[in-house]
Design a binder for this molecule. Structure first.
Ligand SMILES: *Cc1c(COP(=O)(O)O)cnc(C)c1O
Length: 404
């Protein structure tokens, strides 16, 4: 049964949480209240703005320490991080790579950059990430181990890797996925682009897979303007990641010699400086974002027909992007909700169109996607900037005296 009063109730619940005023409230805005001006100015003052500089080393060391990964390699963006993770995992042209159909386009694009084929999987309503039970049944049906490699019986192609994604910062159920990856000899790469500050069973996301990719795009919880990071506990892989992302140049005082086709995927020092300043504020960002999610949860507890998506029991989420989930009976009202909220000055957005519906991935192999299709009909992202939950947490803005 569709509820005609649903839309005004959703708007009232959003208004009860969000700041008053005529200004349009965007989905996600960065917050620069720490040492950003000071660190970036230092790059300009010293001339160290580009691909070499102490902030890159510092950002990598601090990200490794923050996540608990043994090594971190900073790169230009999250898509490049994913691309290099896949290459280092041995993904070759003609291979298949298992990815969720419900993800941001970067996951599928990175697979294509390797000449490989995305193989699209279903998502679980409880985590918004890959459904491990359904995947186990599916692999039992289509996959076959030959020697140390996994083959798709239907397409005759090798399946090389499995790439779960932590949707909106909520951890996917990694343990059963790691078990499947081991059983089928698949490299597990975490797309942790959205989950800096999110934990799975007490461990930071992006530290269980062979390799993982993070993003610091302008809309993520921490931004470097644009940027990405590769995490791994394998120091040899980290060294190869650094080499491959720095044009595969052999270290030498003056010679320019390269030993393979590499990539210019380095993160510039300017961006790393911004990242160092942002990372210092992570505890506050997390506190504010979790507090905002809690306010939303309470406001929507009263609204029949919709819930605020909550972190799974095994996870502690960064609540990067809050999501409303409409009841199946209300799914037909999704576009009307989007229209009314955006008209009311509150930015909302549906989840990404499933990869299986895009022209370049429409013909890719896939399993039954009914879970992801249901989520696609019902998910609505709502404003989630840390600044929306300031109140007593907001302090003076250090570093602003450096503003020219
Ligand atoms: C943001 C994001 C990426 C990487 O994006 P970049 O803009 O290239 O940094 C990859 N996967 C997911 C799921 C993302 O949300």
């Amino acid at each position: 049964m569709s509820r005609p009063e649903l839309i005004p109730r959703i708007i009232a619940a959003l208004r009860s949480v969000l700041p008053e005023g005529p200004a349009f409230i965007p989905l996600h805005e960065p917050l620069f209240q720490g040492n950003e001006w000071q660190y970036v100015k230092e790059c300009l003052d010293t001339g160290w703005v580009s691909s070499v500089g102490s902030y890159v080393d510092r950002f990598e060391a601090e990200m490794a320490a923050y996540t608990g990964a043994r090594r971190a390699v900073a790169v230009v963006n999250g898509t490049a991080a994913l691309h290099v993770c896949l290459l280092l995992a041995g993904v070759e042209a003609g291979d298949e790579v298992l990815i969720p159909s419900l993800t941001f386009i970067a996951t599928a694009n990175a697979v294509s950059y390797c000449g490989a084929i995305p193989h699209l999987l279903d998502s679980d309503q409880q985590t918004l990430g890959l459904d491990p039970l359904k995947l186990a049944a599916y692999l039992a049906e289509i996959a076959e181990l030959r020697g140390d490699a996994c083959w798709n019986r239907r397409t005759g192609r090798r399946i090389r890797a499995l790439v779960p994604m932590h949707t909106f910062g909520h951890a996917v159920d990694l343990d059963p996925l790691l078990e499947l990856a081991e059983r089928y000899r698949l490299a597990l790469i975490e797309d942790a682009a959205e989950s800096l500050g999110s934990y799975y069973k007490g461990q930071h996301t992006g530290t269980r897979g062979l390799l993982s990719a993070l993003s610091f795009n302008g809309n993520k919880i921490v931004t470097t303007g644009g940027g990405g990071l590769i995490l791994t506990n394998d120091t040899a892989l980290a060294d190869r990641a650094k080499h491959l992302t720095t044009t595969a140049k052999l270290p030498h005082r003056w010679e320019f010699c390269h030993d393979q086709v590499g990539y210019n995927y380095r993160m510039p020092n300017l961006n790393a400086a911004l990242g160092c300043a942002q990372l210092e504020q992570m505890p506050r960002f997390l506190e504010q974002k979790r507090a905002l999610a809690e306010r939303y949860r309470q406001a929507f507890a009263e609204v029949v027909g919709v819930v605020l998506f909550q972190e799974p029991a095994f996870a502690t989420s960064n609540y990067w992007l809050n999501a409303l989930v409409l009841d199946e009976a209300e799914a037909g009202q999704r576009d009307a909700v989007l229209d009314a909220t955006n008209s009311a000055g509150i930015m909302t957005r549906p989840v990404w169109a499933l990869m299986s519906r895009l022209p370049m991935f429409r013909d890719c192999p896939r399993m039954d996607l009914s879970g992801a299709e249901s989520l696609e009909r019902r998910l609505i992202n709502i404003p989630s900037s840390a600044s929306l939950c300031s109140g007593p947490l907001r302090e003076e803005q250090p570093g602003r005296e450096d503003k020219p």
